[in-house]
Design a protein around this ligand. Structure first.
Ligand SMILES: Nc1ncnc2c1ncn2[C@@H]1O[C@H](COP(=O)(O)OP(=O)(O)OP(=O)(O)O)[C@@H](O)[C@H]1O
Length: 654
């Protein structure tokens, strides 16, 4: 209904047209009856035939126009459902994306929404228009011969009951069919996104088979829907035939006995056709509406999920938050945390030039940049909570995951216990166990540790992709839970390890976070990360495409492009998940220079996989199995922390 009410004016017009169209159709049998009577009496037709022709043409035109209006409205409904769905999808908590399949989400936007169109194009027009004709014909038939009508209603009534009984099965089958289409899309997405690995593993045929299996599953479900709707179609046909034969038989007898005239019988039969035709359409509409409702269920499932931050106990508005963080960064809280190197710097030349361009917001940002912000972890515990309960993602469950209930989880999962079910049936895998460290403002801190130690998780928590189950993360001295997520993220640049580049052009990648930056600023930041060469490679310059996930760039270039993007925003805090791909000497040097450029005048937390990155850091935090096992400089840790000594010996490449 909300989708339909958006278009209520057009729909009102369609209903009005339906009324006119129904009247034009209903007038036809009456005129035919007149023609028969006049011909029987040997009188002239007086242009009645022309009137009949006109009526036929007018009802044809009306139905064409109606069809167009509904088709257009149907497209409108699809558009608004897609908009709503995509908005919600892109705002879902990150946790949702950990478990949901991308292809399935895509198919909800692409395929499920199109089924909604059928509700309007077939369902609405046929039902409303048909209803008028149906009722009109019924009244006319009642006037002509109530006995014949009684017989007709009996036959038709049985068929209506059958169709209604079948309808719920259609809805279920259609939903299952759409789910299979979702599975199919997910398999295709899985195979295509890893096409190189699949090809290299000689697994193409097996993947094709897996996709074909899903395609066959969708086919089978489609057949199931077809079978049920195949039952619906003949029901209408049989109803018409049986009613027709009954009316001919009984009607012929009544004409012979003189109860009704031959003209009345002919017009009754015409009305019968008129009544049964929309009934057939209504049955069809019932089928398509039920299919659409199946698809609507899949759309609603996503729309009903809470968006990220919906249950945040929200605090101050965004602007105040930014000021709050900025004030803390430059003020006493930060001073207490570290000895920031606020002030001018090489990179600030390019970055603050970007920051100060344009809006007042950008000016404010530039001001913030000159005051890097401290980051602090206080006894942070964290578990990626998994819930097998079907209600996962409901407001309740989400509230529990990020709300006070999580303390239960944390309390039940002291350090050292790997996995245990909580009272709420949530299986928790403790990833961080009492992590505490401070990153002084303006300093460069490296996180090192074996694979799976929890390094990437720490960055995800600073970004508030997840909330800690216990403890606190402070940015500029303020618990991030008290900050607006957007305000927080506007202070942080994040360079992912695996997919830091999006499909599109170099320009679109750079402008992702700072859409107002000029070409000159883009070129400046590319120069700062030694990427000018990439620009020169293609005559299209900044518009050169980077390919899906940036495959047209090398691993090192992808990371440097992502660093350039962060530079363009000039955030006071930068989180960098260093690429693990081994780089040649020159590339490594360029990456180091790029990191040096971003580290200038801001707080940098880098997950380091290279000794060269680590030794340049002001401080190193060593993690193991979710615990901090050492903090210090390279020379201190080599002496104090055996794990670090071991990692350093292997050049840290883990
Ligand atoms: N989205 C997720 N859902 C559930 N568990 C996760 C998720 N991401 C990571 N984990 C688990 O959390 C643990 C820590 O992962 P994390 O990515 O933080 O490690 P890491 O130190 O960054 O490792 P690496 O150096 O290999 O990237 C791992 O055991 C991993 O299995």
């Amino acid at each position: 209904m909300p989708y339909l009410t958006e278009h209520k004016k057009v729909l009102a017009l369609v209903i009005a047209l339906s009324l006119v169209g129904a009247a034009a159709s209903l007038a036809q049998p009456l005129l035919v009856s007149q023609v028969i009577t006049l011909v029987g009496a040997g009188s002239s037709l007086n242009g009645l035939v022309w009137l009949l022709v006109l009526l036929v043409v007018v009802s044809g035109l009306i139905s064409g126009f109606q069809h167009y209006l509904l088709q257009r409205t149907g497209e409108g409904v699809v558009l608004s459902s897609r908009r709503q769905l995509v908005r919600r999808m892109l705002n879902l908590p990150i946790r949702e994306f950990d478990t949901r399949r991308t292809g399935d989400l895509v198919s909800r936007v692409g395929s499920d929404t199109t089924l909604l169109r059928a509700v309007l194009t077939q369902g609405f027009v046929d039902s409303i228009g048909g209803a008028f004709v149906f009722i009109g014909a019924l009244i006319a038939m009642l006037i002509i011969d109530p006995v014949l009508l009684g017989l007709t209603v009996l036959v038709v009534g049985i068929s209506v009951v059958v169709v209604v009984l079948l309808s719920s099965r259609i809805r279920t089958a259609s939903r299952q069919a759409q789910e299979k289409v979702g599975d199919l899309a997910a398999s295709v997405e899985r195979a295509i996104s890893a096409v190189r690995t699949v090809r290299a593993a000689n697994a193409t045929d097996r993947e094709v088979e897996a996709v074909e299996k899903d395609a066959y599953g969708a086919y089978l479900m489609g057949i199931k829907v077809a079978k049920i709707s195949a039952l619906v179609v003949p029901v209408a046909g049989i109803a018409l035939q049986v009613a027709f034969l009954t009316v001919i038989g009984v009607g012929g007898y009544r004409v012979a006995s003189g109860a009704i005239t031959i003209a009345s019988l002919v017009s009754f039969i015409l009305f019968l056709f008129m009544m049964v035709m929309p009934l057939g359409q209504a049955f069809g509409a019932f089928t398509s509406v039920n299919s659409a409702l199946g698809a609507l269920g899949r759309i609603q499932e996503i729309i009903a999920l809470p968006s990220e931050g919906q249950f945040d106990r929200q605090v101050a508005p965004l602007a105040t938050n930014e000021q709050q963080i900025a004030a803390a960064g430059g003020g006493s809280a930060a001073a207490a945390l570290g000895d920031g190197t606020a002030g001018g710097g090489g990179a600030a030349g390019s970055s603050s030039a970007v920051g100060s361009s344009g809006t007042a917001g950008a000016d404010a940002r530039a001001a913030i940049v000159s005051a890097p912000i401290a980051v602090e972890f206080v006894d942070v515990q964290f578990a990626y909570a998994e819930s097998a309960a079907p209600g996962d993602g409901s407001p309740d469950a989400a509230g529990r995951l990020s709300g006070p209930g999580t303390e239960l989880l944390a309390a039940g999962a002291p350090g050292g216990v790997d996995a245990e079910p909580s009272g709420a049936g949530i299986l928790s895998q403790t990833v961080l166990r009492g992590v505490s460290f401070t990153v002084p403002r303006g300093k460069r801190v490296a996180l090192v540790g074996p694979s799976g130690a929890g390094k990437s998780t720490i960055l995800a928590l600073i970004e508030r992709f997840y909330d800690p189950t216990a403890g606190a993360i402070k940015v500029g001295g303020i618990d991030v839970k008290q900050l607006d997520r957007r305000a927080l993220r506007s202070q942080i640049g994040y360079v992912e390890q695996d997919a830091p580049v999006l499909a599109g052009s170099i320009r679109s990648n750079l402008l992702l976070a700072s859409p107002e930056a000029t070409d000159a600023q883009c070129v400046d930041v590319l120069r700062a990360v030694n990427l000018l060469e990439v620009l020169e490679r293609s005559p299209r310059g900044l518009d050169a495409p980077v390919g899906e996930e940036g495959v047209m760039l090398s691993g090192g270039e992808r990371q440097r492009l992502a660093i350039a993007r962060a530079l363009l925003v000039a955030p006071p805090i930068l989180l960098l998940d260093e690429s693990t791909s081994s780089l040649d000497g020159l590339n490594e040097q360029m990456l180091r220079e790029a990191i040096d450029a971003v580290a200038e005048n801001r707080t940098l937390i880098v997950i380091a996989h290279r000794l060269s990155t680590v030794v340049d850091s002001d401080q190193i935090v060593v993690l193991d199995h979710g615990r901090v096992v050492g903090v210090g400089t390279h020379s201190e840790l080599v002496v104090s922390t055996p794990l670090y000594r071991e990692l350093a010996k292997r050049q840290l490449l883990v």
